[in-house]
Design a protein around this ligand. Structure first.
Ligand SMILES: N[C@@H](CCC(=O)N[C@@H](CS)C(=O)NCC(=O)O)C(=O)O
Length: 284
């Protein structure tokens, strides 16, 4: 049995812990959580999301999703009850863990560990959402800043998460999180000149390689909806630079990649039926 594993991943830890508790031997293949370039070759065909944990059983069948793996090995042992209501309670906890805890607490903590530090320009952010309507009197709140630096809701502004660092097991009101949203669109797009170009074009970014900013020049020959998005090597969208109706013209977009790690990225311009992608290299 082979577990595709990553040491800092909480989802992987759950699987290693249960297998150890049950005394089930397994082999491990460690994958990096930051450099994901070997994932398609290793996990393609095993797990459509290319994520860890992914386990390959002795008979060759793959299984993904940490909680499905826990259920597979736990069922029939003391870790999964037989009573119908208690089984449903296990699922209740597992869905809570993936839907509420993992993205709001675990992932921001992970980013804090790997990226670190408060935003350099905190004055440019305003309080957008409080995860809990009211903070509870018996919880201790100390919000740590995690600059995820991503435009999560696609409105062109960056969000920052501030999870509470004093989270006690089983105390729901501890799981508070503040979301800050940048006041302005985090990337600038300016029109160059007033001419109306002939045809559509997307230029190679300049400078390239770059750190941390680069400029992407493009032209549109008709008024219409334009999107310019940046993707990582796996095709995951990491930010939206433009997503709006624009008059025909020449434009220069600035991509600020200080929140991202070194590597190759793609940017794609879509306008009407025109679509063009180019590659750029961030070297830190
Ligand atoms: N819902 C999945 C989440 C798995 C997941 O997010 N894995 C992370 C590590 S904790 C990963 O592989 N990240 C790299 C990537 O998304 O490509 C599970 O519970 O197994």
């Amino acid at each position: 049995m082979l577990l595709y594993d990553s040491p800092p991943s909480g989802n992987c830890y759950k699987v290693r812990l249960l297998l150890a508790q049950l005394g089930i031997p397994f082999e491990r293949r460690e994958l990096s959580v930051s450099d994901r370039s070997n994932r398609p070759a290793l996990l393609g065909g095993l797990n459509p999301s290319l994520r860890v944990p992914t386990i390959v059983l002795d008979d060759g069948r793959p299984l993904a999703e940490s909680n499905a793996i826990l259920w597979y090995f736990g069922d029939g042992t003391k870790y999964v009850p037989t009573d119908r209501y208690e089984r449903a309670q296990v699922l209740q906890w597992q869905f809570f863990e993936q839907y509420d805890h993992e993205p709001n607490i675990a992932v921001p903590r992970f980013w804090l560990h790997y990226k670190g530090g408060p935003p350099a320009d905190s004055a440019n952010y305003f309080l957008s959402t409080l995860y809990k309507d009211t903070l509870a009197a018996d919880s201790l709140y100390s919000f740590m800043t995690v600059n995820i630096g991503n435009d999560i809701d696609g409105d062109g502004k960056k969000e920052i998460f501030l999870p509470n660092r004093h989270v006690r097991s089983g105390v729901a009101s501890d799981a508070a999180i503040i979301i800050l949203e940048s006041k302005s669109v985090s990337t600038s797009v300016e029109r160059i000149g007033n001419t109306v170009p002939e045809g559509y074009a997307l230029s190679q970014n300049y400078p390239n390689p770059f750190n941390p900013q680069t400029e992407i020049v493009f032209q549109t020959s008709r008024q219409g909806f334009v999107s310019l998005r940046v993707y990582d090597m796996l095709g995951h969208e990491i930010t939206t630079l433009v997503n709006r109706e624009m008059p025909a013209g020449n434009y220069r977009a600035t991509f600020d990649a200080r929140a991202y790690s070194s590597g190759a990225y793609f940017y794609t311009l879509k306008a009407g039926s025109y679509e063009q992608s180019r590659r750029m290299l961030l070297v830190k």
